[in-house]
Write a protein that binds this ligand. Structure first.
Ligand code: CP
Length: 303
């Protein structure tokens, strides 16, 4: 992983994914270490973020590094017409690693091709969000004691959900059985179903999950993402398609945990928050340890 960009979850082998998770366990045990002394990490967020940016920045601060960057591209020279290429070439002169979120699919890969330092994709449009997936895997392994042979329910916006696309590919290493639950407008794209077919993995598509929820090990709820719709009427039609309520968890498996990359809007009722099966806020915390591991491995400070 040393000096390599992380753009898609498929940039890492199964062994490398497990290496990140194992190192993240060590950071959870001891999160404050002076590993990044003298290092500068740039966070360039061309799209809004709370968890990804702040957990990266928390990770860097806890490791003794320095942060530069912007949380709003309106404050950058992109608003004056500067190209992404010129921005990246400039910021790679100022930093040892760049974490970038951008609304355009493929932008992170492009940035990695023009950068002189590694790029970590913090979400590129509806494409990929690999560091979210690594923290999702960390959370799944921590709550289930394993990653193999789990029933994974993925609910909501499966069309535009970049966290869904990355997670689906990563769980293919671990023989997951996938239950895709979405409105018809937001079904999982064909290319991802083909991916699962190529890997001989089982999946099924459903309009609802009330009658099958007792089969779930993980329910991965997602937000219907208003910002990805070109037609506001389409968004209005689908935005409240699924609302998980505590009562729906009554006859579910003891090991079931509810995950969500967050932010949530309406799709998980707040009455779920106090359930022992709600894991989404701890999941977000796990992002700090996982991102500490990712940065340390890319910069060759751990192996
Ligand atoms: N999960 C996630 O990407 O959250 P943010 O948009 O707040 O970074």
């Amino acid at each position: 992983m040393k000096n390599r960009s992380l753009i898609s979850i498929n940039d890492y082998s199964k062994e490398e994914i497990l290496q990140v998770l194992d190192l993240a366990v060590k950071f959870e045990q001891n999160p404050s270490q002076e590993l990044l002394s003298g290092k500068v990490i740039a966070t360039l967020f061309f799209e809004p973020s709370t968890r990804t940016r702040l957990s990266f920045e928390s990770a860097v601060n806890r490791l003794g590094g320095k942060i530069i960057g912007f949380s709003d591209s309106a404050s950058s020279s992109a608003t004056k017409g500067e190209t992404l290429k010129d921005t990246i070439k400039t910021v790679s002169n100022y930093s040892d690693l760049i974490v970038m979120r951008h609304p355009i699919e493929g932008s992170a890969r492009y940035a990695s091709e023009v950068s002189t330092v590694p790029i970590v994709n913090a979400g590129d449009g509806a494409n990929q969000h690999p560091t979210q997936t690594l923290l999702d895997l960390y959370s799944i392994r921590k709550t289930q004691g394993k990653l193999e042979n789990l029933n994974l329910f993925i609910v909501g916006d499966l069309k535009y959900g970049r966290t869904v696309h990355s997670l689906l590919m990563a769980m293919a290493h671990f023989n997951a059985t996938y239950y895709f639950i979405s409105p018809k407008e937001l079904r999982i794209p064909t290319e991802y179903k083909m991916y699962l077919d190529q890997h001989n993995l089982k999946y099924s598509e459903h309009a609802d999950f009330k009658d099958i929820v007792d089969e779930a090990d993980i329910i991965y709820m997602t937000r219907v993402q208003k910002e990805r719709f070109s037609d506001p009427i389409e968004y209005e039609k689908t935005k409240n398609a699924y609302v998980l309520k505590n009562a729906m968890l009554q006859n579910t498996r003891n090991n079931l945990r509810v995950l969500h990359p967050l932010p949530r809007v309406n799709e998980i009722s707040t009455d779920v928050d106090d359930s022992e099966k709600a894991y989404y806020f701890t999941q977000a915390l796990n992002g700090v340890y996982t991102r500490q591991a990712i940065i340390s491995l890319i910069l060759g400070l751990k192996n």
